[in-house]
Design a protein around this ligand. Structure first.
Ligand SMILES: O=C[C@H](O)[C@H](O)[C@H](O)COP(=O)(O)O
Length: 227
């Protein structure tokens, strides 16, 4: 089974938790895409009714509308459920997210969900956060070189995300600083320190937020809860 088929398997398991009338947080990325498509399919087939989406990126907003999901902006009401991919999943379901650049809208949305469900293929599982993936940190454009200097004092390996001649710009008009987390780092303390760093808008650390994860491997989908 190829990776795309695994991502779709995980997404389908999560979409089975969506009920008619739910307000659903729609994640971003190559795995969340399958969840959005499946919700659209179920609405078209009459298997779900009255579902409303809150999109975590411009791309997911566009896709949701294309597949027939009504989309609303985020407001203070809780969401019934949110479905999203991740870049790393630790055994306690702490996550790294944001390699796709959507971390801020994802965190704003998913923190308001009664149930936040992660969907992934098995390559995203790690024993310790930071094992495989860099940590994306969204920073304000104004004064970004000063912010980067402050961040390098905490995470010296980090660098501005710059795929071409220009820095990568998020949907919110900000930049991203990607940094490796040194082994043995206290992740909760790191999150506090980063959030207290002037110029940082938010980080890709999603700690204590996920209720469960559906992780697909060639021999089937495993349902994980925090341990
Ligand atoms: O900004 C992107 C998001 O955090 C994605 O959920 C994450 O990068 C996982 O994406 P994918 O499912 O494409 O691996």
């Amino acid at each position: 089974m190829d990776l795309e088929a695994l991502k779709r398997e995980a997404a389908l398991r999560a979409v089975a938790l969506v009920k008619s009338g739910d307000r659903v947080g729609l994640g971003t990325g190559s795995t969340a895409k399958y969840a959005i498509e499946e919700i659209g399919r179920k609405l078209a087939a009459g298997e779900l009714t009255g579902v409303v989406g809150v999109a975590t990126s411009e791309a997911s907003d566009t896709l949701a509308r294309q597949v027939g999901i009504p989309v609303e902006p985020l407001d203070p009401r809780p969401l019934d459920i949110a479905l999203d991919g991740a870049d790393e999943i630790a055994p306690n379901l702490d996550l790294i997210k944001g390699l796709g650049g959507a971390l801020l809208r994802e965190k704003l949305t998913e923190v308001q969900a009664r149930r936040f469900i992660v969907i992934a293929d098995q390559t995203k599982l790690v024993e310790h956060i930071g094992e495989k993936s860099a940590l994306p940190i969204e920073i304000a454009r104004f004064g970004f070189l000063s912010t980067i200097e402050r961040l390098r004092a905490v995470l010296p390996s980090g660098r501005l995300r710059q795929p071409g001649a220009q820095p990568y710009v998020t949907d919110n008009g900000n930049y991203i600083f990607d940094a490796q987390i040194p082994a043995g780092t206290d992740i909760a303390a790191l999150e506090r320190q980063l959030k207290g760093t002037l110029g940082v808008v938010d980080t890709g650390l999603f700690l204590g937020m996920a209720e469960r994860a559906f992780v697909a491997a060639p021999d089937g989908v495993t349902e994980l809860t925090p341990r």
